[in-house]
Design a protein around this ligand. Structure first.
Ligand SMILES: C[S@@+](CC[C@H](N)C(=O)[O-])C[C@H]1O[C@@H](n2cnc3c(N)ncnc32)[C@H](O)[C@@H]1O
Length: 199
């Protein structure tokens, strides 16, 4: 009888070397003790999606610039990245990181100020209140064929989607809105994002 085959290769889904701009943003996160930067898996997903887009890529909630950094690594020629952060210190620090990249604009202000830069071919929603504000807001901001990416969901296989013992109304709305086709994608065993494509 054969022994069970145990695979000793560490799980690797992508190269371990990070793009330099992502490393700079992660360094800023570490220096500031900022713990809510995007995970590597989410970042790579953003970069893969950005590579398929032209036009303007947006982000609600810059944090220390990790998401914007991933978007910038794959943004196509002629595309630009606009990210909005309400905390002026953070916005300044991240603007410094991107000082040499004219494709990236860091706006200091509420995420709703991104309206001035619409339509977006990709919009990454990484502010809790933005995600909860309803699909209507984003149907206006995301152009036809564009995609919204909503971060920080707990994977859920049931319908209606549940979170913390209640129906997850945000997720339910995105799945049932006729203007978008939405899919939940697990990025790790305990984290999922929604990707919603605008018709
Ligand atoms: C989860 S973190 C963002 C992480 C970042 N997107 C990344 O990929 O690493 C959320 C950020 O949104 C910012 N924020 C909170 N409310 C906001 C608002 N109303 N408008 C813009 N930014 C906001 C917070 O200051 C925080 O930096």
């Amino acid at each position: 009888m054969l022994d069970a085959v145990v695979c000793e290769t560490p799980v690797m889904t992508a190269p371990s070397d990070l793009p330099p701009i992502v490393s700079r943003a992660l360094d800023l996160s570490r220096r500031r003790g900022f713990v809510t930067s995007s995970r590597l898996e989410t970042g790579r997903l953003l970069a893969a999606l950005a590579a398929s887009r032209s036009g303007t890529l947006g982000e609600c909630g810059t944090g220390c610039g990790v998401g914007a950094a991933w978007l910038s690594t794959a943004a196509r020629e002629g595309s630009r990245v606009v990210t909005a952060e309400v905390d002026p210190d953070l916005a300044d620090a991240v603007a410094e990181i991107f000082a040499d990249d004219p494709r990236v604009e860091v706006m200091n202000g509420d995420w709703s100020s991104l309206r001035d830069r619409a339509p977006f071919s990709l919009l990454f929603l990484d502010v809790r209140e933005a995600k909860a504000s309803g699909v209507d807001t984003f149907a206006e901001l995301v152009g036809p064929g564009g995609i919204a990416v909503l971060d920080d969901f707990t994977p859920c296989a049931s319908w209606p989607p549940m979170y913390d013992g209640r129906v997850d109304v945000t997720r339910q709305q995105w799945f049932t809105d006729d203007r978008f086709t939405t899919v939940e994608v697990m990025v790790t065993s305990d984290a999922a994002v929604l990707i919603a494509a605008r018709h």
